[in-house]
Write a protein that binds this ligand. Structure first.
Ligand SMILES: *Cc1c(COP(=O)(O)O)cnc(C)c1O
Length: 438
């Protein structure tokens, strides 16, 4: 008898973020088709994609408009190297992204995944100071619990022990500063008070580093992999001021929170600030193709410009600025414009919040129900070892893809779920929680 897709996958594919032995008891789910917010399994079951397939799929699976744009691009140009050559999708995308930053970040450098974008931003920052003769600026700061990817360079600014500890001897760890996590508010304190407290600690660290910090990297408003830790925009305003005062770059990693996820197109807009460097990936291609981009200010670009090759930014990836990926991103930006997605998402987010409030706010195990735009989460009290896997399996049974991070259950639906799907998702989460707790 022929082996099933599942057996062949376990034999030949090394799955990410997985202890492979767990699949002896937790079966893989073979998916053969996607349709809007739905994933369709090999045996014909339909699953609601409640986390946009790891936060990438903004407008549903097999989106007709993105599909059409890609078909059109396929007939013209699938790829060309971006060194010494250029092509319409890379130019148009760079111009449109610059316009979305209000013209403040006018130069786009491309790569294929988020971790590479992080490394590009760190290298650009360090190299800019070096080109200016400031060789002492060779340190980075990151937030406690921050996540910026898992390559060896990106792990230096990633403070998630589960991902980092095994590789600690390989990593030149950056200094971490306290998270402005709103949950840390003492009685009578607001989220903005916590932000100010955390900013004081940031200032003390910048002072102690005595001019050696090249850049401070953070995830604006929501620290995703830390467990959807949310904080007040006041922290971003203070961090901006402090970075200016201590001559350090502010890198906003909007790989997860960009592209409308928090309610504005970029999360940092909610603080009325501009970063020096901005990382985007995940949703930028609508979840179709690997693409990341680092946007930077004129001043940084200028510091590399000159006759000396070694002062140039020589970083490259084979697929830098791939035309298909750029075209998928352009189609994604078109949908934002044509459908006024940010406005429509206000209603979706409001409904999601209301449904979660109704279903979970009185639940004895639910703590810190929280939301920022199209991200909602709560923590589960008494979540034992194995809770995330039990919840994940029970949610699949109930017809939804939801994948808790530790004790945090979160929702990051694609921007195509409407009332019936959001109701079904909430109901599946409720049923999964009941099962996972028993
Ligand atoms: C996912 C993520 C990354 C890493 O992106 P990959 O494409 O997985 O390498 C970096 N930063 C943040 C905030 C992320 O959520």
């Amino acid at each position: 008898m022929a082996a099933s897709l599942l057996q062949r996958s376990l034999a030949a594919v090394w799955h990410p973020c997985t202890q492979m032995q767990h699949h002896e008891t937790l079966p893989l789910t073979p998916i053969i088709r996607g349709e809007g917010p739905w994933l369709i399994t090999e045996d014909g079951r339909r699953l609601l994609d409640g986390i946009s397939s790891w936060w990438v799929n903004l407008f549903g699976h097999c989106n007709p408009r993105i599909n059409a744009a890609l078909r059109d691009q396929l007939e013209q140009l699938e790829h060309v190297l971006l060194a010494g050559f250029t092509h319409p999708p890379a130019v148009a995308l760079s111009e449109r992204l610059a316009a979305l930053t209000g013209g403040s970040l006018g130069h786009a450098f491309y790569a294929s995944d988020g971790a590479s974008a992080t490394e590009i931003a760190l290298k650009m920052s360090f190299h800019m100071w070096r080109n200016r003769g400031l060789l002492q600026k060779d340190r980075f700061l990151c937030l406690e619990g921050g996540y910026h990817g898992e390559t060896v360079g990106a792990l230096a600014v990633t403070d998630v022990p589960l991902f980092r500890d095994a590789y600690a001897p390989l990593v030149r760890q950056a200094a971490t500063v306290p998270s402005p996590d709103a949950q840390r508010a003492a009685p009578g304190e607001t989220a903005a008070d916590v932000a100010r407290r955390a900013a004081n600690a940031l200032e003390a660290r910048l002072e102690a580093e005595n001019g050696r910090v090249a850049a401070f990297i953070l995830e604006p408003l929501v620290q995703g992999a830390a467990g959807m830790v949310m904080y007040d925009p006041e922290y971003l305003r203070l961090a901006r001021t402090l970075c200016d005062r201590y001559q350090a770059h502010l890198i906003c990693d909007e790989i997860a929170v960009g592209c409308g996820r928090t309610g504005t197109f970029f999360a940092h807009e909610q603080a009325g600030i501009h970063p020096d460097l901005l990382c985007l990936s995940k949703g930028i291609s609508g979840g179709y193709l690997p693409l990341s981009v680092v946007l930077c200010r004129e001043e940084i670009f200028r510091a590399f410009y000159g006759s000396d090759t070694r002062k140039g930014f020589l970083h490259s990836h084979s697929y830098t600025g791939n035309p298909l990926a750029c075209r998928a991103a352009l189609a994604t930006l078109d949908i934002f414009e044509q459908d006024d997605v940010l406005a429509a998402n206000c209603g979706r987010a409001e409904l999601l919040g209301r449904l979660l409030e109704e279903t979970f706010s009185g639940h004895p195990a639910v703590r810190f129900l929280r939301q920022r735009g199209m991200i909602a989460a709560f923590d589960v009290e008494g979540a034992a070892d194995g809770f995330p896997r039990r919840f994940f399996a029970a949610a699949l049974e109930a017809g939804a893809l939801l994948r808790p991070i530790g004790k945090t259950v979160y929702f990051m639906p694609p921007y195509v779920m409407d009332e019936p799907e959001l109701r079904a998702l909430t109901a599946a989460a409720f049923s999964a929680l009941e099962q996972a707790l028993t």
